[in-house]
Each structure stands twice: as structure tokens, then as C-alpha cells.
Design a protein around this ligand. Sequence first.
Ligand code: PEP
Length: 250
Amino acid sequence: MRRPMVAGNWKMNGTRAEAGALTRAVAQGVDAAKQTEVLLCPPFILIPLVADLLQGGKIAWGGQDLNVHAAGAHTGEVSGPMLRDFGCRYVIVGHSERRALYGESDQLVALKFKAAQGAGLIPILCVGETLAEREANQTEKVVARQLDAVTNLVGIGALANSVLAYEPVWAIGTGKTATPQQAQDVHRFIRTKLAALDNGIAAGLRILYGGSVKGGNAAELFGQADIDGGLIGGASLNADEFLTICRAGG
Ligand code: PEP
């Protein structure tokens, strides 16, 4: 049985006051009796604030990215051990904005996945196709390539301690959600592909869906057989909306 997860990716948003109010509202509203694991991923600079507010509670916090190196001459970067030091349990790797806007290759993303685990963090590996790739029927090929880069580097065994997120690029922040069937088809493809390497790991792996998830569409998406929750961008900035999504996780 896979534990559902709803993760909020705040992206580059929030003052200290906004982050504090949002974190408090989510912490108060989250139903601790529910099974769904809830995670907040603020910008680096807000992590200490969020960590202080969530300390000792049920909600986890994590980073949106990390550098592959543990320390050293990498001006402007933040490492896995630094995130661990602030109590992060998870870190997002390979978000499509990192891939598209900051030129992160499949190979670099795989190295980040490895660095995250090396620092004791659980990577949330994002994969997904662009609109042009979907229209050219390349969805499975692109997702397979993104997954292969990671499994070739770290081996399928490493995925036991990770989370995947299928995020079609054309659905992120656009208001265009994949239909539950479109999303389920890709989630099933991912699980089947990984099952060829290790059935048990594929069966236990949580695969989140991300791309314009809202309170109104979360339950149907999360109700699909291979969708184990969501990675939520825009809607995670509104406590009520985010909590509605968390409740849809079960
Ligand atoms: C995301 O940032 O990972 C995301 C899915 O964004 P949104 O929910 O805004 O589409």
C-alpha cells in the first residue's frame, strides 16, 4: 500500500510574513488523522522560518533544488547537507523549470538525485514532456529517457528511497490539467517500465502528478490507480485550496 503524498512547491514566492501565515494556516488545517503525507517546499531562504513553524508536527519540509557538490566554491548554490542541516526530508530534482530555464540536462538531474540521497534526503524526481513532444507522440520516449538517466547512474534499487512526479510541462502553471486518463496512462507507463527492472520497487514507488492541480480536480486525479498524490505549484500558495487538495489525497 503506497502512502499518498501532497507536496507544495512554492517556487520563487513569498515574503517572511506570507510564508509564516501560509505555513501556520496549512499546519492548523491539515488533518493529522489522514493518511496523506504533506510536504512544503519553500524557497531556500524561507526554509529556516518554515522549519521552525513545522518542527515537531506532522508536515515535512524540503528544498526545491540542490547542488551536486556538498560544499565549496559554488557561489549562490545550496547543497544537500545544508538542506539536511535545516531538517529537510525531501528535495525536488529535475523540475521542468530547472530543466528548461537553467539548462539542467538529464545527466545533471541524475547527479542531483544521487547527491540528494548521499546527503540523506529523499529526492522527488520530476519527469514530463513538453507540448511539442506530446503532439509528436514522444511522451513515453521523453519520460523513458529522463528515467533511464537516473536508473543508469544509481541503479533501480535507489528508487526505493525516492518519489517520482510526472509533470507534463504543458500543464504546469497553465491552467491546463492533463485529464485523469492522460495522467494515469503515463503513470502506468512509468510503473510498468520500472517493473521490468524491479517489480517490488515499481509497485511501492509513489508517483505524484503535477500540473495545474486544484481543489476541484484533485480527487479525480488522485483516484487513478497509479497516481499517488500531487506536486502542487500555484495552488499551494493558497492555504484553503492546498488543504482541499491534501484532503483529496485520502
Ligand atoms: C509545479 O510547479 O510543479 C506545478 C505543478 O505547478 P502548478 O501546480 O502551478 O501547475
